[in-house]
Ligand binder design. Structure first.
Ligand code: KG4
Ligand code: ZN
Length: 327
């Protein structure tokens, strides 16, 4: 079954064709990152306006790469939420128009499941139920127990900022560009670490919840007290990355041990982080599945993949955007 996946929940425009939820026939991505560097973060209206321009060319590219015509597509998967309303509508209206015009079934797909199902893409050793998923992105930091494709239990997560948001906001305080995660990591590589100590709130709280907003305040306090030189900024970036990774790894491994699951799956933009990948793999005795970095961040293939496994077809006129959709 060939599914065309369309993802426009935030600033990226991703379109891909995936066969049977795992085999990528094409994966096309248009990013407006440069525009957001200039504004120091995403301005939703600007992101959506750019997506209106690039969605059709990105879709044509995906079909060309797969060497397919739209008539050979079995279903169209599209992100309906969570995300920015303007951006979601661009993908959703495109998908609905094609579905209506060509009579191709539509599968509205949840972005968060997209991040989890990225672990099945091009993976000869895919996840086995039950497993614990850590979805860690710019807007979410959630621990969910995946019992099977339909039974899912929320285990814990952030009570305030998402981990990606913590990277983005502290990066901004250090004068680094958006997205903050890769920028903090790159700068942290110039430091040996150990020069600053930031708080790790809720590390020993006994539950599986997390908190990242205090990190932002702690970094702000350091930055306003003294103008930092490049070396000090690198030392602080090192500690920011360390603190975020410590919290994520500690809570995830504790939850997996408590639940007695043998596998952990990581998804979402922050799971592209090399330190997180290394530390979680070294801290858990079971299997850790992390998609390739290009499938950690937003893309169309993960939406086509999730749609295949969760497959809920809906008539195009019944589909609406839900910016705050949950699991
Ligand atoms: O999943 P994603 O592409 O979009 C959302 O659904 O939000 O995640 C974007 C987030 C941003 O906060 C970005 O700073 C973070 O992922 N990110 C990273 C890395 N690459 C992207 N954070 C840490 N290390 C990275 N290498
Ligand atoms: Zn995402």
């Amino acid at each position: 079954m060939k599914i065309l996946g369309i993802e426009t929940s935030c600033d990226e425009t991703g379109v891909a064709v995936v066969q049977d939820g795992t085999k990528i026939l094409s994966n096309s991505l248009a990013t407006s990152a440069d525009m957001h560097i200039a504004s120091g973060g995403i301005i939703p209206e600007n992101a959506a306006r750019e997506q209106v321009k690039v969605v059709i060319p990105t879709l044509s590219k995906a079909l060309n790469q797969a060497d397919l015509r739209i008539d050979s597509i079995d279903a169209i998967a599209v992100t309906y939420g969570p995300g920015l309303i303007g951006s979601l509508l661009v993908g959703l209206e495109t998908a609905k128009a094609i579905s209506f015009a060509k009579g191709i079934p539509l599968i509205p797909t949840n972005h968060l499941y997209g991040h989890i199902y990225a672990a099945y893409l091009e993976n000869t050793n895919p996840p086995v139920f039950p497993y614990l998923a850590l979805v860690v992105s710019g807007g979410h930091t959630d621990l969910v127990l995946m019992k099977n494709h339909t039974k899912v239990e929320y285990i814990g997560g952030t009570r305030d900022d998402a981990a990606g948001e913590a990277f983005d906001k502290t990066a901004r305080l250090l004068g680094l560009p958006y997205p903050g995660g890769p920028a903090i990591s790159a700068l942290a590589r110039d430091s040996q670490g150990g020069k600053y100590k930031l708080p790790r709130p809720m590390l020993d709280s006994g539950d599986f919840d997390m908190s990242f907003s205090g990190l932002k305040t702690a970094v702000r306090t350091i930055v306003v007290e003294k103008s930092l030189n490049t070396e000090e900024k690198a030392d602080l970036a090192w500690e920011i990355e360390e603190a975020i990774v410590d919290l994520l790894v500690s809570k995830t491994v504790k939850a997996a041990t408590h639940l007695k699951v043998k596998e952990i799956v990581l998804g979402g933009g922050v799971s592209a982080n090399l330190k997180l990948r290394e530390k979680i793999s070294n801290s858990f005795s079971g299997k850790v599945i992390i998609p390739k970095p290009e499938f950690s961040t937003d893309n169309g293939a993960m939406i086509a993949g999730a749609a295949y496994f969760k497959n809920k077809r809906v008539s195009w006129d019944k589909v609406t955007a839900n910016p705050s959709a949950g699991y």
